[in-house]
Write a protein that binds this ligand. Sequence first.
Ligand SMILES: Cc1ncc(COP(=O)(O)O)c(C=O)c1O
Length: 376
Amino acid sequence: MKLFNVYPRFNINITSAKGVYLYDENNQQYLDLYGGHGVISIGHTHPKYVQKLTQQLNFIGFYSNSIMMPIQEELASKLTQQSGYDNYKLFLCNSGAEANENALKLASFHTGKRKIIAFNKSFHGRTGAALNVTDYPKLSAPVNKQNFPVCFVEMNNKEHVINELKNGDVAAVIVEGIQGVGGLDMPSDDFLTFLRKSCSQYETLLILDEIQSGYGRSGKFFAHQHADIKADIVSIAKGMGNGFPIGGILIHPDIEATSGMLGTTFGGNHLACAAGIAVLDTIKNEDLIKNVVEINAYLMEELSSITSIKQLKGKGLMLGVEFDFPIKDIRSRLLYEHHIFTGDSSNPNLIRILPPLSITIEEIKPLISALKQVVS
Ligand SMILES: Cc1ncc(COP(=O)(O)O)c(C=O)c1O
């Protein structure tokens, strides 16, 4: 059987990884500044992570949500401590799209409303509801079209949001902490404060999609915490499991659970929770959020000395390096000549940098010299 050919792939076979480095079958080392779409948070094959997962697997890897799961409670309690989201509740699932699917469904259950406000260039996943609030019409099949009303508005445009809220029936506003696929645009602090206030005023839930920007990547636990606001629902995935598939939503205490309202077979299984706990412990024990802030300061200074860079976007270690020409060739040369993995986005002129949060200045230095060479 052949693979269903939906992914453009680099002709590279990675067979092992350690920290910020990947190794192919010839033992060629690559610097991983993309973490497989922003998934690797604490570094590849972190010893504490490997140990935790191995130990867990030797006890029990999986059982369904039909039994008591103290390991889920341990994860929830650590997440509360580290995120500052006191009294919220946690629902666990397996991926980012699934987290948003549940967030949107819950907002509609809770408010009894149907319409969703989302933003231009947003990406929330490829399943039914998540795809419907994703601003890439090409990803939708006929079955996906129009299953509930969605209004896409311009990022940071208050008037447009208010007009839509006034029209009524809005269950939720969904916004990324920092847009990933869209090219690192983000809601300003002032706009997030406005969204918080307006959602409360119109009895609409505010959903913060922190699937890519969360878990310390922005220099705070969640990117929206730079604006000092709280969402009603926060969706999480990617860095949460450092590669183990796990996602979830943090749910406001006023939103009540009823039996069977949400559910999943695999979500919150023992092994996934062990991965989630190892990630949280490592972020805390290694002070990784502080490291993000320090590496960001270094990168901002070094990158701003490269004159052909038009703009630096994003926060922390979720950065967009924008040129005024397409980056396809630069990215290829970074990979094949300098052995550095970077990412792209829907903006053809922007390179996306999403390294492990544990990266050091010494480890990231080669990016600066390689960029200088490929743009000169
Ligand atoms: C902000 C955001 N939300 C949701 C998703 C979907 O996550 P997944 O691919 O795990 O379904 C992504 C994936 O890139 C994302 O960046």
